[in-house]
Structure formats: C-alpha cells, structure tokens
Design a protein around this ligand. Sequence first.
Ligand code: SF4
Ligand code: MSK
Length: 671
Amino acid sequence: MAEKAKKMADPVEATYDVASQKMIKRAQELGIETVFDRAVTMKACNIGAGGTCCKNCSMGPCRLPLPKGGIEGKDERMGLCGATANTIAARNFIRMIAGGAAAHSDHGRCVAEVFMSAAKKETEAYKIKDTKKLLAVAPLLGIATTEEVEGEQVQRNIDDIAVETAEAALNEWGKAEGELLYPKRAPEALYETWKKNGVLPRNIDREIVEIMHRTHMGVDQNYQNLMKQGTRAAIADGWGGSMLATDLQDILFGTPYPLASEANLGVMKQDMVNIVIHGHEPVLSEVIVAVAQTQEMIDYAKEKGANGIQLSGICCTANEILQRHGVPLCGTFLQQELAIITGACDAMVVDVQCIFQNLANVANCFHTKLVTTHPIARMEQDLEEGNVLHIEFDEHHALRDAKKIVKMAIDNFTNRRVEVMIPEEKSPIVAGFGVESIEYHLGGTFRGSYFTLNDNIINGRIRGIAGVVGCNNARTRHNEAHLIVVKELIKNDVLVLTTGCNAIACAMDGLLTPESAAVYCGAGLAEVCETVGIPPVLHLGSCVDNSRILLAATEVVKAGGLGNDIRDLPVAGSAPEWMSEKAISIGQYFVVSGVYTVFGVTMPTSGAPVFQDYIFNEYEKMYGGMWDFEVDPIKHAHKMIAHIDKKRKALGIDKARERVLMDMEARMAIE
Ligand code: SF4
Ligand code: MSK
C-alpha cells in the first residue's frame, strides 16, 4: 500500500513574511520538517488552552471542558479532589507566571554574577562600561556614591561602588527580611496600591517558590488568593529580576543608543562565515561580538576563503547585541530553523530560552555546528558525535570560549554541503531606544526631559502610547497579527514601544525607520516623528527590557500633566502572538502596574469564566489595569485605542484631539 503523504504547511498561509515563505518551501523541497509543518499535523488541546486541565497530582490529569453553550447557573465542574475550574485555571496561570518570572529573573541573576566578577576584576572579558549608569543605579539599591572628605561630598571609589552594587543586587534574589527595593521606583500612587493590596514582593526567589508550594495539590484553593501570589511574583519579575537584568547589562555592556542596522534572513551572506546567535542572555554573545571583530579572526576567515565574518541574531539575544552593537537581526522565534535551512549557517550558538529542540535535527541535515553554551540548557544530542556540541561558558574564561566558538565556525565554512539559498529580503532599521534616549529625542527644546512628549500627548498629536511585545506562535500566521496591530495603532497616532519578537517583526517589515512615519502614521504622530527624526515604532530591546517600558511610563507620570499614576495615562499593552510563560508574567506585571493589556491567539483563562472575569474586569478597580483577549488584530488594536481614548477623556484632554484644520476664512472669522 502506498504510504500516505504527510500533511505539510502552506508557506503563504504559515507566514506573512516573504523570506520565510521561501525558506519553508525550500525546507519542504529538501524533506526537512519545521515547526510550521508540525503545527498543521498536531492539533492543540482546547481544554489545556483554556486553562482547565490539571495535572498537579497523579489522580489526574483532570480535564474540565467548558460545556457547549457555556455555563448555565452554578459551575459544577470539578476535578477528582473537588478543585473547581477557577482554582485549576488560576493555579495554572500563576504557574505560568512562576515559569516566566523565573526565566527572566534567573537571567538577571546570571548577569549579576558576571557583574560581580567584573566589579572584582576577576575576569578580563568584562569591564564596567557605563559608570554614569552605575552612579544612577547604585543609590536605588541603597549604595552611597559619595562620601564626606574634609567637609565636602566627593565621589567614592568607583570599584567599591561597583562591588557593593553587585552585592546589593544579588541580595534581591534571596534576602531574609524586608521587601524588594525596585518597586519604590514606581510612581508613589502605584506603590501604595501594591501595599494596600498586600502584593509587595519580599524577594525574587521566594515569590516564585511560594507559587510552586501554593499550587501543589491541596494547598491554595481560592483563585483571588492565588492571583495575589501571582501578582507578587510578576512584580518581582518586572520591577525586580528583569529590571535588574536591564540595568546591570547596561552598566556592563553599555546603555543602548539609537543605531542603524538591518533585519531578516537576507542579512546572512553567502561569501562570509555566518554565526547566528540565539537565546536571551547576552553575556557570552557580547564577547563573541568582540572576538569576531578582531583582525586575527577576520584574517583567519579570509585564510579559509571567506570574505569575513557575518554575525546575526535570533530572538532576544539578537535584540541585545543589536541595541548595543548594531549586529543585524536574522529573524524572530519562528525563523530559527529557517536560518539553518539557508545552508549558510556555519554555527548557531544558543544560550537559554526559546530554543527549539528540533534545531538539532535540522543542523544534522546541514554542516551547521549547533553549540549549546549554558549549563542549564543542554540538548540530548549535544552529548553525541555530530553537529551538536556543548561548549560551556564561564565568565572567568569567556574570551577563550568565544574564540573557540568563532574559530570553529570559521573552520566549518568550507564544509557547506547543501546548495546555499539565502533569501534576499531584509529591511533597514533604527533600533536601540531606551528611557534615556526617548528623553533625549522627545525632549524637544527642553532637551533631557519628558515634558515635550507629554505636551504632544496633551495636544493630541500623539494619541497615546502602546507597548506591543511578545513572541510568535505557530498556531497563528507568523508576524501577521504583530504587524496589523502595530500599523493600526500608528495609523491612529499611537506611538508604539516594542520589544522581543514583536520588535523583530516590525524591523523586518520596515516599521523601525523614521521614513515609515510618512507611510503608515496618522498626521499627528507623523508630524512628531518627522520633526524629531524617530521611527513611530521604537525598539526598546529584549524581553527583560520590558522593564524599560515600565520606567518610560513612570517618567511620563513624573513629567506631569497626565495624572499621578500609570493607570491614569493613555497607554495600553499588547502581545498579539504570544506563546511563552514569560509573556504571561509580563502581561501580569503590565496589568498590575495599571496598563490595560490585550493578548491574542488563545487565553489560558477562557475555560474558567468567573476567574477570567476577575482579571478582565474586577482588576480594573484594584489595579487600574486589566487583561483582555482579542484574536482579530484590527479589533485588538481598536480595543487598545478605545482604552486610550477613555483615559484621555478622564484626563480632560479628549477635546484636544479634535483638531480642526482651518482655512483662512475660518481663521479670519475667529480673529
Ligand atoms: Fe485532579 Fe485535583 Fe489532582 Fe488536579 S490536584 S489532578 S484536579 S485530583
Ligand atoms: S524571544 S519569549 S519568543 S518574544 Fe524573547 Fe521572542 Fe517570546 Fe522568546
């Protein structure tokens, strides 16, 4: 009997991006299966997607499907132990927060440890680069930057400040007493809201561990109480682990400043050694960037017949090395397999998070060396002979590790065995914005303040600000929702701040250029962007850099004229194609910081309507922000715009938006 042909993805239905369509087709021609094909052949479970499948003990899994036609009267669904749909969904939801907060925060801890080595001068690979930022951050962790000498305040020794800052930062993960320090950076009203609701985090690790305890079989069975703990852990992520990661990375590697680069698979070069860096923690990739730029390595690449070394990145490590060094973006989360399928990837170096295990299978179809580098993120295959190998990174010999990896990639250049096919698509971009550079660029006449940004919001040129972030999800067309949501927002004069894979999607589509303002923006936003020369979509970095969005919102509050708290601002959040537990943690800290936040794809609360109503509606009274869910990207954007308009109305600045273009006759009538 003839074997039934395996179902494969339709490349055009699978992705909005033309380069990716070409590469999916290429993979299918070569008989290599990708995530896009598996998404067609493997269906997701609706009960799990709705949040009501519990497997927290071995009497389960207990699956509680939502009855057709919804719940009428009392919801009598329960698991064997009696756990209700609300309890199960809330437990699952906060376990996702724990996973996300742990990932971001452990990333932060790793950076803090490297920071400590650098401060103590135990490593030659890392040095404190941004002392100005060190002096700004140290007092936030309780470290004095000046001392009295002969009756005068003078700056303390910078090395002492660095070591004490590292100690204080590391203490935030496990201190025995008190509360996390960074939430005090939030607007005072927000800090008081957290205090009133009893959700101020004690330390980062404790809040994550407590989630695992509370959600163990037979512990916390009250969805509101469970969410209280989820909130503590989410704040410990956004205003703790992630914010520390961002700050310490800026001090160690430099605070990003706008720079030009390119994005999409077309940044790879046939005649060069291609090293693709993928993951989240930039500690090793920072050194790889430095080593790959040395004359010694460039000469070695030339000796092997290449014209040089082309670095590029996938996912958030990509965003990190882009924003500090201008290294081009190779692609988003869903393009990781495709980068290898070009046949030109001589080495892919991965660290932690968002790395497909299938990369090993794809790499073994080519000459590509797939290098795992992190002790906590290994692959089954990196123990075997073959293309997948483990070179464990350690900050004390980071230079040696980076050289070994770069040299190995160069040696591999001559081993390419499949015809190279790199799609030509790529877009120019301007990336690397942050709290500091927004202040500078939108400072207008009064450089170095947020007043001009606020002024443009008040006068209605800028209708509001949206944070659009998050992943790709193979259950939905790659990049489509990202781009429709963002374009609809900027068309309606909403300035977009972006991170993660949304930032890469926008980059690939040309939205990160100042020129895109004239093409896509409403008249007000276009005018602002053209005047100051910024894109309407500002790249703020990686997933941990969502903390930059929180701090930018705090600066807007401080600048005045738009209320006393983030909840008063005309702002909204969105993750149109989310997939990661980290996205749920980010969503939760956006929401409890006062930001209305809409998710696309699926919502892991939809199977428990009472619990969902709690975080979609009741939350607004408690925190000012609330969750929402909308798959249709146009409706998704308009829900955000409606919220922005609601806030403008509450602030009494809704009239300013109704700007009328007057002709001479009308002007004379006024005079
Ligand atoms: Fe089922 Fe309760 Fe065990 Fe969950 S904890 S699997 S609902 S018996
Ligand atoms: S990389 S977490 S797929 S944004 Fe940060 Fe992209 Fe989401 Fe990973």
